[in-house]
Ligand binder design. Structure first.
Ligand code: ATP
Ligand code: MG
Length: 219
């Protein structure tokens, strides 16, 4: 069992998240991808939308993909959502999973060295870093973790000359860099559009849009 994990606030979930997860699932032959909404993101302000709404939107968004699943693991855990705790909890919960692939966008990964026990986290799972518009791989140059990745590789990924790079880490884990087709979407932009009374159609799955409207979220 090869299990992917995409964490986030999913406030709200959108096609950028879904497409990134689907790309990684196919490229890395994952059996399943768990979408794990965070309860209390440690490095950002608490989102204004209750965890149960973010979990429900995530459920609605992944419903039609048999490989995807919404996980309440972080939301159900008391205390801050540290990824290292989440992965440990999931390893317990999914005894059958032999390999974990932690998926993040370049913007999230750039901050990894401030994550709680990040060095331990890197011994528990592989990492898959996907490109995100506005956050090129080149911006990761200098990260201690990428010491063994030549800067030319980062440039080649950004230019589309190379689609992925495999970087062995200490302890047998692997860091995969995946240049995926760009989806210039963010939850911030969606929240701003709703506040401005603009359409969010085709930014996220229709059931999520309907839920946002029915619940009057982000107004
Ligand atoms: P916000 O604007 O509120 O920060 P967001 O769109 O960045 O929301 P998050 O929930 O913060 O979404 O992101 C969860 C994970 O998904 C992060 O690892 C992030 O890098 C990744 N991600 C989000 N949007 C995209 C996208 N358009 N393309 C690739 N990865 C993305
Ligand atoms: Mg974000």
């Amino acid at each position: 069992m090869r299990l992917g994990l995409l964490g986030g606030t999913f406030n709200p979930i959108h096609y950028g998240h879904l497409r990134a997860a689907e790309e990684v699932r196919e490229r890395r032959a994952l059996d399943r991808v768990l979408f794990v909404p965070a309860a209390l993101p440690p490095h950002r302000d608490e989102p204004e939308i209750a965890p149960r709404h973010r979990l429900e939107m995530t459920r609605l968004a992944v419903d039609t993909n048999p490989f995807f699943e919404a996980s309440s693991t972080e939301i159900a855990m008391p205390g801050p959502s540290y990824s290292v705790r989440t992965v440990r909890a999931l390893l317990e919960e999914r005894q059958g999973a032999d390999e974990f692939f932690f998926i993040t966008g370049t913007d999230a990964f750039r901050e990894i060295t401030v994550w709680h026990q990040w060095e331990v986290l890197l011994t528990l799972c592989h990492f898959v870093v996907v490109t995100r518009p506005g956050a090129p791989f080149a911006a990761l140059a200098g990260l201690p973790l990428l010491q063994r990745v030549p800067p030319e590789t980062l440039g080649a990924l950004d230019k589309g000359e190379q689609h992925s790079a495999r970087c062995p880490l200490d302890g047998g884990r692997v860091l995969f860099l995946e240049a995926i087709p760009p989806f210039p979407l963010s939850s911030t932009a969606i929240r701003e559009r709703i506040r401005a009374g603009l359409s969010i159609k085709y930014y996220l799955p229709e059931p999520v849009e309907s839920y946002i409207i029915a619940q009057g979220l982000y107004r």
